[in-house]
Structure formats: structure tokens, C-alpha cells
Design a protein around this ligand. Structure first.
Ligand SMILES: Cc1cc2nc3c(=O)[nH]c(=O)nc-3n(C[C@H](O)[C@H](O)[C@H](O)COP(=O)(O)O)c2cc1C
Length: 355
């Protein structure tokens, strides 16, 4: 069914088909028709507590698909374990001029330079309040394009304060390639200053709300080993609870010569799989069990999801894989993860028995 829908949608420009699909899903959810597409995830008991949050299972939706929480009920109904919504900025902004999203269908990839087009954090919060399906939600926050990078901390603090009472965790997006200067926040003093500001504000919010909300920092896959080492040491020093690895890449090596490959923006999907997984593996080596890791980037198949968990991820997220494979990918990933789990449980049982 999804293949048929996809073949129709893929005839339209990428952003238009994205909007139509989300609106159709929303209508489908309201009239009770979404069950045709929804992944049957309840039969896979894979609950996991990560960053102190009890996730019903380990496959979630990555940020950027629903930037305004306009489609949270429909996406929840499809069977995701949780939703990461946003990136949202303090003020609404239109993003970059269109066209700004391109499908590289042969490569099962997407290039986007949307530039945080969103309706602003107040809109997202009101949409979250009016949801009727209450699942776990991460709110992904960023800065407005016209806020100078020197004032970026204040935008993130607005996002943190405003979303604190509704978010289960807050994702700090400092790795989008489409907001000039944003990625510089991953380095040096800018990173230190941002993390200090966020952690000290969170201490105040925790007291005021009698509630602890974990922070997860989203990183790019384009850092050198040394840069990643420095970045992770700062995340550890500031006792950040989680890292999300990774955002889209600048790298075009794997799509050279393809249609749209030279478009400016971040590349996601199958050409990112290896790079995102290698980055995650490196992060795991650097942070060990001191931080939760959410794995994202090029998870296009059930085996990709299993491989990401084996590389050290506690949870995984889908974006491009969901566009190309539909909600069936959630179910097939859970099926393979639970099969891998039960066979590794059996193996460890056997080892115990033999030992
Ligand atoms: C069209 C599009 C828009 C995105 N917007 C955001 C965003 O607003 N915030 C964010 O943190 N990541 C955003 N991402 C990145 C995804 O969350 C994800 O990290 C990246 O696409 C890699 O995963 P994938 O290969 O499964 O797509 C976006 C990705 C795409 C394709």
C-alpha cells in the first residue's frame, strides 16, 4: 500500500509531496483510516528506559519531519515509540527560498536546505497541548536565522524555558547545515558557553517545575576525530544526558554525478548510513555509558537499525528511511531487533548454563 502511495507522491516536487502526505495522514487519523498504514508495534515488547524516560520501544521519529507539531497525533498513531518535533525557533521564520528539498531517488537520499522554516515555539506548544494522543515527545530547539551567532545562547534559552513543562527531553540542535554559523556552536568556547547557560538555566527550571528534563545535543557527521573528541569531552564535562548522532552531511562523495547531487544543503538517507554509524561508534568510544546515544542517519532497513544499536545506540530514529519505506520500516526494525535480542538472550543463557 505504501509503495503505491509513494509512487504517486514521488511524481510531485519533494516538499509539496511531503506536505500533502502529512495532511492526508492527519485526515486519515481523524477519520480512523490510518490503521491501514500504521505499523503494528504493540506485539514487540521492547520498552527501554533512557535518560530516565520510559520509551515504549526504541524506534522514534527524527526531528524535521514535523517542525510545528501539526501532525503529532497522526505520526504517533503510525507506531513510532516517540516523536522528536521541531526544530523550532523562538520566532516564526519562513526558511530559505523554494525549491529547497530534493529527492535523489536512485540513491534513496534527500538533500534539504529548508533552513528551519517553522511557525515559532508558541505555535508548537499550543499544538502539543491540543494533542489527543499523549506519547513521548522530544522538542528540538534552534536559533532564528537573523539572531547573530554571538546571541545564539539567548534563543536556545527561550526554547528551553518555553518547552520545559511539556517536553520529555529537549534536543539542542547545533548541527543543521542550513543556518549559517550554527555548526560553530559545536566547538570551543561557543560550545562551553552554550552548555553552561543551558545547564544552569535547567537547574532553575528543575526547581521551579519540580521536574527534571534531560538535554540531548544533536551533532553533525562532518567533524574530524579530534573535533569530535573535544566536543564529547565538553558534553561530558557539562554532564549532558544525551547525544543525537547524526544530522545531515555536507559530504557528496557517495552521490557524485547523481541528479541534484550538487544542490546546497544537508544530505540524508542511504549515502549517510556508514558515516553516521562510524560517527556514532566513535562517540560511544568517547562517552562510554556516561551519556545516552540516539542513533540517526541513513537507517533505511531493519538491519541498519540493529547495526546502529550494536554500534552503541540506546535508541534509533528514522527520517529518510520513513520517507522511502513508510511506517512498515518501524515494524520490520522492531521485528529484527527483538529477534536479535532474543537470540542474544538465548546465547547468553546458553553461556550461563555452560558456565
Ligand atoms: C527534509 C529534512 C528536514 C530536516 N529538518 C531537521 C530539523 O529541523 N532539525 C533537525 O535536528 N534535523 C533535521 N533533519 C535531519 C534529520 O532529523 C536526520 O538527522 C537526518 O536526516 C539523518 O537521518 P536520515 O538519514 O534517516 O534522514 C532534517 C532532515 C531532512 C531530510
Amino acid at each position: 500500500m505504501y509503495k503505491l502511495i509513494r509512487s504517486l507522491l514521488f511524481r510531485l516536487p519533494a516538499e509539496l509531496s511531503h506536505d500533502i502526505a502529512l495532511q492526508a495522514m492527519s485526515v486519515g487519523e481523524r477519520v480512523g483510516l490510518l490503521g491501514i498504514l500504521a505499523a503494528k508495534t504493540k506485539k514487540y515488547a521492547l520498552p527501554k528506559t533512557v535518560m530516565g524516560i520510559d520509551f515504549p520501544h526504541v524506534v522514534g521519529l527524527a526531528a524535521g519531519l514535523d517542525k510545528n507539531a501539526d501532525y503529532a497525533d497522526a505520526l504517533q498513531a503510525l507506531g513510532f515509540g516517540w516523536l522528536e518535533l521541531g526544530t523550532v525557533t523562538p520566532r516564526p521564520q519562513p526558511g530559505n527560498p523554494k525549491p529547497r528539498m530534493f529527492r535523489l531517488a536512485n540513491e534513496r537520499a534527500i538533500i534539504n536546505r529548508l533552513g528551519f522554516n517553522n511557525k515559532g515555539i508558541d505555535h508548537l506548544l499550543s499544538r502539543l497541548e491540543s494533542r489527543h494522543r499523549k506519547g513521548i515527545v522530544g522538542v528540538n530547539i534552534g536559533k532564528n536565522a537573523d539572531t547573530p551567532i554571538s546571541d545564539a545562547n539567548e534563543d536556545y534559552l527561550i526554547g528551553l524555558r518555553k518547552s520545559y513543562s511539556v517536553a520529555d527531553y529537549i534536543a539542542i540542535n547545533i548541527s543543521s547545515p542550513n543556518t549559517p554559523g550554527l555548526r560553530s556552536l559545536q566547538y570551543g568556547e561557543e560550545l562551553d558557553s552554550l552548555l553552561s547557560a543551558l545547564v544552569s538555566e535547567r537547574t532553575k527550571l528543575e526547581k521551579a517545575h519540580s521536574r527534571f528534563v534531560p538535554l540531548a545535543v544533536k551533532l553533525a557527521p562532518d567533524m574530524s576525530e579530534d573535533e569530535l573528541k573535544l566536543c564529547c569531552s565538553k558534553l561530558l564535562a557539562h554532564e549532558i544526558e544525551g547525544v543525537i548522532a547524526t544530522n545531515t552531511t555536507f559530504d557528496r562523495e557517495r552521490v557524485q554525478g547523481s541528479n541534484h547531487a550538487t544542490e546546497t544543503g544537508g544530505l540524508s538517507g542511504a549515502p549517510l548510513t556508514e558515516k553516521a554509524c562510524a560517527t556514532l561508534r566513535q562517540i560511544k568510544r568517547l562517552v562510554g555509558d556516561n551519556m545516552a546515544i540516539i542513533g540517526v542517519g541513513g537507517i533505511m532497513t531493519a538491519s541498519d537499525a540493529v547495526a546502529r544499536l550494536e554500534a552503541g545506540a540506546d535508541l534509533v530514529q528514522l527520517y529518510s528511511g520513513f520517507i522511502y519505506e513508510g511506517p512498515a520500516l518501524i515494524e520490520s526494525a522492531l521485528k529484527e531487533i527483538s529477534a536479535t535480542h532474543s537470540s542474544s538472550d538465548k546465547n547468553s543463557q546458553r553461556e550461563t548454563n555452560n558456565g
